[in-house]
Design a protein around this ligand. Structure first.
Ligand code: MF3
Ligand code: CO
Length: 257
């Protein structure tokens, strides 16, 4: 097992991440309440950028260009139905009754990032979509509830995978949760599948962005550009994510009010 250099946050860093997390939670609540049939998704992007300006935080996805990739174009990641991770809002895309929409974003202030995502239905959605949303949200909270100093990352992966499969759905394998802090993406990687005996041991003071990335059908993706992905078989995709501080006896969800 290689030595792990997973950053342990200082008290001051934790305080800043906690404050950033509370801001992001409020932004997400505001965006969620705007979602309705007939809305142009660009309105959500504009509202998010306005909230960042008013609250003096940086929309960290906008311009993000890891490893020389084309810079991410917007502040929000936003995907509808069979669109998967890292899709972005395009002006003129109108939400329809029955759609499901995922919003995923990162803000940064004083050098520290927080990351969160939610999915929700537009208007009235099918029973199948309601069950898919619940499966992804339940998987996230069930996995987060295992967090405490001393466990291996694999326990979170195994918990998410089992929780999702029990509901008859599949987890994405190409993308994963991650450590977060000074960088948007830090070690460790937190896959949505795996085994509790694997992965680095987590310790209090680490901060993890846990993501439940759930596909209604097969988890194979089609890549339409560096960022834009969709499911190969047209099944829907649902994600939930929180930034979570590991504490001695448990955890604290930083991006939840
Ligand atoms: N939660 C997403 C992730 O960790 C946030 C991506 S922001 C982007 O990948 F800029 F990379 F799109
Ligand atoms: Co993330």
């Amino acid at each position: 097992m290689p030595m792990s250099n997973i950053p342990i946050k200082t008290t001051i860093e934790i305080e800043i991440m906690r404050r950033n997390g509370q801001k992001l939670a409020k932004f997400m609540e505001i965006l969620k309440n705007m979602i309705r049939p007939g809305l142009d998704v660009w309105v959500l992007e504009q509202k998010f950028i306005d909230l960042c300006l008013e609250n003096k935080v940086i929309p960290a996805c906008k311009g993000y260009a890891p490893g020389g990739l084309a810079p991410f174009p917007t502040g929000l990641c936003l995907s509808i139905n069979d669109q998967s991770v890292h899709c972005y809002p395009v002006k003129g895309t109108i939400l329809k009754d029955g759609d499901i929409v995922n919003i995923d974003t990162v803000i940064m202030d004083l050098g520290l990032h927080v990351d969160s995502a939610f999915a929700c239905g537009v208007g009235s959605i099918s029973k199948e979509n309601r069950s898919l949303l619940k499966a992804s949200e339940d998987a996230l909270y069930t996995a987060i509830d295992k967090i405490r100093s001393g466990i291996k990352i694999g326990l979170l992966s195994e918990t998410m995978e089992m929780s999702v499969k029990k509901c008859g759905y599949n987890v994405l394998q190409e993308y994963a949760g991650h450590g977060i802090g000074r960088q948007m993406h830090e070690i460790p990687e937190i896959p949505c599948f795996g085994n509790s005996n694997f992965g680095p041991i987590i310790k209090d003071g680490m901060v993890l962005a846990v993501e439940s990335l759930v596909c209604e059908k097969n988890s194979r993706l089609v890549h339409n550009s560096v960022w834009v992905t969709k499911t190969a078989d047209g099944g829907n995709f649902v994600q939930f994510e929180h930034t979570v501080l590991v504490t001695k006896n448990g955890y604290e969800i930083l991006t939840k009010i």
